[in-house]
Design a protein around this ligand. Structure first.
Ligand code: 26W
Length: 811
């Protein structure tokens, strides 16, 4: 951590107190005494921002001046989490802030807790984007990121009687102190209308648009501050504050909603992470991100270049999944029509600058838009897609005799749909999966025909996480433990973490490890006691005392609820444990099973799994026989900040998805970095982490591999399992008919995702967990070896791999 000498620190703290007081009066009309924690938070955030901006502008100027190749990262989702500690620490101002707040006689943790957690994402994809930006900034790569400034982030999860309800997430109710509105750089985005064909300078047929809608996209910049202060911009587009977006004529025609439609385009992050095709606004959102960002990219390029001759060399664009894939037809169109570039050249340049990351093989998550919707909303882009696809299919027909099936499989336009993954692959020079097994699955199944046609186009870049965000700032006690032993080089060079293995067998280190873990558990327990209350249908708190203490084994599964992630299998294991304890409570390891996660509003089965967990908690947590040995905890409204409280307190990380379903998983890396041991299936990044840790220190692997699962099924021959699943329909858990119906629905889903096939070995593995936990010294040595093996799983390494295999930028 960067230090200052005490004398200057004191002086600086005094002037910071003065500056803050002045800001409170001039911007909030409050004296320090009157200011609430929320207002003091915003005032202090502005103080930090002022320090950040100097470097922010310098970086921008430097990149412009040096005409270097630049990366533009486009994503519909970002989950940056709370930024105050990250930003203030990265510019070495945290001690100063601490001293200043002390001088103000205020409580810093209470002030920091007032920061909103920008929920501009729904899960792994959004948080990965945030970790990647942290590494791009820290490694000082010339980059800029684009997204949407949703008025309402991912919904707020309110659970009443075990049922998830979705409430709007008004994260902008108070100003966001980290953003700067750049009104003068607003751009117009066009929708609908009809095309008029004419020829460009080189004779290609190109289209103009008439009778279209025009929407203003206004940019808001958030500086992403890297370690030691280098920064990059996250530019978020908004249609909200642009009154011109109001279609008066439509209003006069009485079409209220259509009139206001263009103002609300950037309003809501679409909650449904899996199949929301057809959502008109979602398509408008994706094109708003693409069109506004492309206009901005080309404006920045033309500041330093008169022709497009260097465009293919100076620009690199990464699309985060298919959501920004419309970038491909839009860039071709702009180069071909607005800059009179021959069609073929426009296509080649677009392909040369674009690369696509795939994050899932789930059929329902592969975006396919209705052709009529895209034809109406984006007529010119649709025409470009038609022409691009026609040439591509013609090409196949010319070179391949057995082209029929191939064309049907690879064509962008098929069955009335626009297949965005096919468009992304055809329009990119590189396509990557996010873990080795996932990329191999893309090559061997989902995109097999594309891979056989263009083997060099497919590369793997396994995910990572930011050790600065998820270890240094999330678990400062453990970070100090590490720095005390191996120095602080690991903060920017995570390969050095492997040196920690030398302390795994050191008893002093093992004891200190446990002291830290216990402190983090106590912090989580006090959080649970203050903020985590079980509420009934009327929102009234019903929960009674919490029987958990820091001697419990903390077993966490925190992630989006989806059947392939198999929270249901974890729930069934708890029922088996409950029955076991009822039979014989002696010699048991007390276990707290911690769950957190949201699910899409329309995903009934996943909602029923959440409901089941609450019903199990209701039964187990208060049962006199089991309550001191087994507790079920559900942390409501899971987000980045909640993960930062749960992960440092966890002994076990559940990564139990069915083999071949989790593209990568990133919480597995966050937990391991914080010293949790992983109960893991052979899936996603679990595999690469287990290889890095080594068989010896990765004892809790279980379940069948993709190949083994092919002809495997549960024979209903395990009495413990049969008894547990019977509880789903024998009314022993349901408090009413509605719950009974929900749990019976889950009974019908037991044959899906091999929940029962892997449950036996899951149960056996958990017995091994209980046994090892009885030997704290040995457990600590396992944990320290696991931490020491997470070196490759930093986004710093990820970015180096992206740069080597795809971008070739110069830091
Ligand atoms: C169209 C709606 C939609 C929105 C988001 C479909 C799919 C998504 C994401 C791709 C879902 C997602 O977050 N995938 C997760 O991405 C992580 C980062 O690469 C991986 O670690 C997870 O395995 C993957 O499920």
């Amino acid at each position: 951590m960067i230090k200052m000498n005490s004398l200057d620190l004191n002086l600086l703290a005094d002037s910071l107190v003065e500056k803050t007081k002045r800001y409170l009066i001039s911007h909030m009309g409050k004296t320090l005494e009157e200011a609430r924690d929320e207002e003091l938070f915003r005032a202090l955030a502005h103080m930090v921002r002022d320090e950040i901006m100097l470097n922010f502008l310098e970086t921008e100027r430097a990149i412009q001046k040096n005409k270097i190749r630049r990366l533009y990262y486009l994503s519909m989702e970002y989950l940056p989490g709370r930024l105050f500690v990250n930003n203030a620490s990265n510019i070495a101002h945290m001690d100063l802030i601490q001293l200043a707040v002390q001088k103000m006689n205020r409580n810093l943790p209470n002030i920091l807790a007032k920061e909103n957690d920008p929920g501009l994402g729904s899960g792994g994809l959004g948080r990965l984007a945030a970790c990647l930006l942290d590494s791009l900034a820290t490694l000082q790569y010339p980059a800029l990121a684009y997204g949407l400034r949703y008025q309402y982030g991912t919904f707020e999860q309110q659970i009443r009687d075990g049922i998830q309800n979705e409430a709007p997430d008004c994260w902008l109710i108070n100003e966001n102190p980290w953003e700067i509105r750049q009104d003068l750089e607003k751009v117009i985005v066009k929708y609908s209308g009809h095309t008029k064909t004419f020829r460009n300078f080189v004779g290609d047929y190109v289209e103009t648009l008439e009778g279209n809608e025009e929407v203003w996209a206004v940019p808001y910049d958030m500086p992403i501050v890297g370690y030691k202060g280098s920064s990059l911009a996250l530019r978020l587009w908004s249609t909200k504050e642009s009154p011109r977006n109001f279609e008066l004529q439509r209003l006069n025609a009485g079409k209220i909603d259509e009139a206001a439609e263009n103002i609300i385009i950037s309003d809501v992050l679409y909650p449904n992470e899996l199949n929301e095709t057809g959502k008109r606004i979602r398509l408008k959102q994706e094109f708003l991100l693409v069109s506004a960002s492309l206009q901005d990219i080309i404006r920045r390029y033309l500041v330093m270049h008169d022709t497009f001759a260097d465009f293919a060399d100076k620009v690199r664009i990464q699309i985060n999944d298919t959501h920004p894939a419309l970038l491909i037809p839009e860039l071709i169109r702009i180069l071909n029509k607005d800059h009179d570039m021959p069609w073929k050249v426009a296509v080649d340049i677009t392909r040369a600058v674009t690369s696509y990351t795939n994050h899932t093989i789930m059929r329902e998550a592969l975006e396919e838009w209705e052709q009529p919707l895209m034809k109406t909303l984006l007529p010119r882009q649709y025409k470009v897609i038609e022409k691009l696809n026609h040439e591509f299919c013609e090409d196949i027909r010319k070179n391949r005799h057995d082209s029929h099936d191939l064309v049907r499989n690879l064509s962008i336009l098929e069955h009335g749909k626009v297949r965005m993954a096919n468009l992304s692959i055809i329009g990119s020079h590189k396509v990557n999966g996010v873990s080795a097994v996932h990329t191999n699955l893309l090559k061997s199944s989902v995109f097999k025909d594309f891979y056989e046609m263009w083997p060099d186009r497919f590369v793997n870049v396994t995910n990572g996480v930011s050790q600065r965000f998820w270890l240094l700032y999330t678990n400062p006690l453990l970070a100090q433990f590490i720095t005390d032993r191996i120095g602080d080089g690991w903060i920017v060079d995570f390969t050095q973490i492997k040196k920690l293995a030398d302390y795994a067998e050191d008893s002093q280190s093992q004891n200190e490890f446990w002291q830290i873990r216990k402190k983090n558990k106590d912090r989580f327990i006090s959080y649970l006691k203050h903020y985590c209350k079980v509420k009934n249908a009327h929102g009234k708190v019903v929960s009674t005392p919490l029987f958990i203490d820091h001697n419990f084994l903390f077993d966490a599964q925190i992630k989006r609820f989806h059947e392939y992630k198999r929270q249901l299998m974890d729930a069934l294991h708890i029922l088996m444990l409950y029955n076991d304890i009822q039979e014989n409570p002696s010699g048991r390891t007390p276990r707290a099973c911690i769950f957190a996660g949201k699910t899409a509003a329309g995903y009934i089965t996943a909602k029923n799994i959440i409901r089941l967990l609450f019903a199990i908690g209701r039964k187990v947590n208060h049962d006199p026989v089991t309550r001191r040995l087994l507790q079920v905890v559900f942390v409501e409204n899971y987000n980045v900040s909640k993960a930062q409280i749960i992960i440092p307190a966890s002994d076990i990380s559940e990564q139990i998805s069915m083999a071949g379903t989790e593209a990568s998983g990133t919480s597995v890396m966050k937990f391991a970095m914080n010293g949790a041991l992983t109960v893991a299936t052979h899936d996603g990044a679990n595999i690469e982490l287990s290889e890095s840790v080594g068989e010896k220190w990765w004892p809790f692997r279980f379940g069948l591999t993709v190949e083994q699962l092919e002809n495997a099924k549960y024979e209903y021959n395990n009495p413990k399992i049969n008894r547990a699943i019977e509880m789903l329909r024998d009314h022993s858990l349901a408090a009413n008919d509605d719950e009974h119906r929900a749990f019976c629905e889950l009974y019908t889903r037991l044959t899906h995702w091999h929940v029962l096939t892997d449950l036996e070995s899951f149960y056996q593995t958990q017995i091994g967990v209980d046994e090892l936990f009885k030997n704290p010294a040995l457990w600590a040595s396992y944990a320290i070896h696991n931490i020491a093996s997470t070196g490759p799983f930093t986004t710093d390494n990820c970015i180096q791999n992206y740069n080597q295999r795809i971008w070739q930028l110069t830091p």
